[in-house]
Design a protein around this ligand. Structure first.
Ligand SMILES: NC(=O)C1=CN([C@@H]2O[C@H](COP(=O)(O)OP(=O)(O)OC[C@H]3O[C@@H](n4cnc5c(N)ncnc54)[C@H](OP(=O)(O)O)[C@@H]3O)[C@@H](O)[C@H]2O)C=CC1
Ligand SMILES: O=C(O)C1=N[C@H](C(=O)O)C[C@H](O)C1
Length: 233
C-alpha cells in the first residue's frame, strides 16, 4: 500500500516519493514534519503512531487492519487532540455497501441468517479482514446488537446447529486476490447477496488521499470514511 499511495500522489499532484524512512528512528520525525500522515503499516504499530500523531499535533489516516482494543483506545485518545480517520476500507463502493448492509439487516429479521465471506491474497496476515469486520459491525448495528455478542469468526468440527441471530465470518486466502467481500442474507426460501470486488489496489490509495485532504482541515475527532464521503446518517 505504501507504493500504491506514492503512485497515487505522483498521479494526482506530481509528487515524487523520497527515500523510505528509517521506520523506528524516523517515525517521530515523519509525524513532526507532516500536516497529515497516512499509515498502512502492518498490525502492531498503530497505538504508537496514534501517540505520535497526538504529541506532534499531526492529523492521521489509519488504513491498518487487524487492530486490537488497545489500538482503538490509543486512537480514541489521540482524537482528543487531532483529526484521525480510521477505515478498514477506503473505497466508495465498500462504504456504500456498509450502508446497504446496515439497512438490509434492519429490515430483515433473524429468520435471515447473516454470513460474511471474504477472500484476499496469500500475503494478508490478519483475519477476518478489516472490511469484513466493518460489514459485520454494520449488520450488527442494523440489528441493534453488539457484533462481539453475535459474531462467529470460525467454525470447525461438530459445532451444532447455527443459532438464530449469529453473524458468521468465512475467510479465504489465495493467490493475488485484491479484496472480495460478500454479505449473504439467507432465509428459508431465498437468499440476498450483496457483494463488492476490488480490482486495483490504487483504489484504496486514492481513497486514503481523499481522507488525508479532508483530515488536514477537520477539527480534532475520531472519524471514518463515511464522514469523509459525507455518507453519515
Ligand atoms: N484500509 C484499506 O483500505 C486497506 C488496508 N490495508 C491494510 O494495510 C496494511 C498494510 O497492508 P500491505 O501494504 O498489503 O502490507 P505489506 O506487508 O505489503 O506492507 C507493509 C509495509 O509496512 C512496512 N513496515 C513494517 N513495519 C513498519 C513500521 N514500523 N514503520 C513503517 N513501515 C513499516 C513494511 O516494510 P518491510 O516490508 O520492509 O517490512 C512494508 O513495506 C494491512 O493491515 C492491510 O490490511 C490494505 C489495503 C487497503
Ligand atoms: O490486506 C489487504 O490487501 C486489504 N486489506 C483491507 C481489509 O482488511 O479489509 C482492505 C482491502 O480489502 C485489502
Amino acid at each position: 500500500m505504501g507504493r500504491a499511495v506514492t503512485d497515487a500522489l505522483t498521479d494526482t499532484v506530481g509528487m515524487v516519493a523520497g527515500p523510505a524512512a528509517d521506520r523506528d528512528g524516523d517515525a517521530a520525525a515523519v509525524f513532526a514534519g507532516s500536516d497529515v500522515v497516512i499509515d498502512f503499516t502492518p498490525p502492531g504499530h498503530t497505538a504508537r503512531h496514534a501517540g505520535l500523531a497526538a504529541a506532534h499535533g499531526t492529523a492521521c489516516v489509519v488504513g491498518t487492519t487487524g487492530l486490537a482494543a488497545a489500538d482503538h483506545a490509543a486512537m480514541d485518545a489521540a482524537a482528543m487532540d487531532v483529526a484521525l480517520v480510521q477505515a478498514g476500507n477506503f473505497s466508495l463502493g465498500v462504504n456504500l455497501l456498509t450502508a446497504f448492509t446496515r439497512r438490509a439487516a434492519a429490515i430483515l429479521d433473524d429468520g435471515w441468517d447473516i454470513e460474511i465471506l471474504e477472500m484476499h491474497h496469500r500475503h494478508k496476515v490478519d483475519a477476518p479482514s478489516g472490511t469484513a469486520t466493518l460489514l459485520g459491525e454494520a449488520a450488527a448495528h442494523g440489528r441493534g446488537v453488539a457484533l462481539d455478542d453475535v459474531a462467529r469468526r470460525s467454525r470447525d468440527g461438530v459445532i451444532g446447529e447455527r443459532p438464530a441471530g449469529e453473524i458468521g465470518f468465512a475467510t479465504l486466502r489465495g493467490g493475488s486476490v485484491i479484496g472480495e467481500h460478500e454479505v449473504i442474507f439467507a432465509a428459508g426460501s431465498e437468499r440476498l447477496v450483496l457483494a463488492h470486488r476490488a480490482e486495483d489496489r490504487g483504489l484504496f490509495a486514492r481513497g486514503a488521499l481523499t481522507a488525508a485532504r479532508w483530515a488536514a482541515t477537520a477539527a480534532p475527532g475520531r472519524y471514518d470514511m463515511l464522514d469523509v464521503l459525507g455518507l453519515k446518517d
